[in-house]
Design a protein. Sequence first.
Length: 252
Amino acid sequence: MTYPPFDGRRVGMLTPSSNTVLEPYTSAMFAPFGDAASAHFGRFRVVEISMSEASQSQFTLDPILEAAERLAEANPHVIAWNGTSAAWLGLEKDRALCAAITERTGVPATSTMLAYDALYREMGVKRLGLVTPYIDDIQTRIAANYAAQGLEVVAEARLEDKGNYSFATYPPEQVGAMVEEVAQASPDAIAIVCTNFRGAPVAARIEDACGIPVLDSVAVTAAHCLREVGLDPARVTGWGSVFQRVAAFETT
């Protein structure tokens, strides 16, 4: 008997080496698709988030492209940089990185912050709430970059932590309390900017309570990538409204 070739959609994700959140959360988000979708991960070294030279050198092209090449050997349909460094370094960094990944591997590429940028524009977000685990210097640069994109950060909460591994040690309830604090300013949306932060499990509950979209980085990236490979993000429930929003934008 001859069987047709298996044609599941494969999403490759470049991951900070010390991140312990995005892989299990992304895999859970992809679960409704069964064998029709799978996420595959490649790591490069990221152990600190600050404006120090050592921290910024983590995001140079060579190690990221090396990880992308290894990831491309799994024949993904898209490669995503599942990290938020362009939030403080600028979107042009991610645009250049994605172009370099595609040039090196031949695979279409995207990123968390580029997915956010598209989502903000599609939603018409102007007033943004910002929640991160980062230090003040990083948070200030994120707000300045958002201002250059036409987004006003009207409320923010942060933890003053620079150790990337430690971001995952804060429980979802603590992240949720930060989101609820920011929600008091009634922004158009609240962004939880960090892919090693446990915001996705509480997003739906807070949205139901306050009526404000809660856009978690891991969820935003997953929804965007599902759309990029031709699958319906609306099949994903329980992780916030971003999946239904991205699905609706695809069909309008």
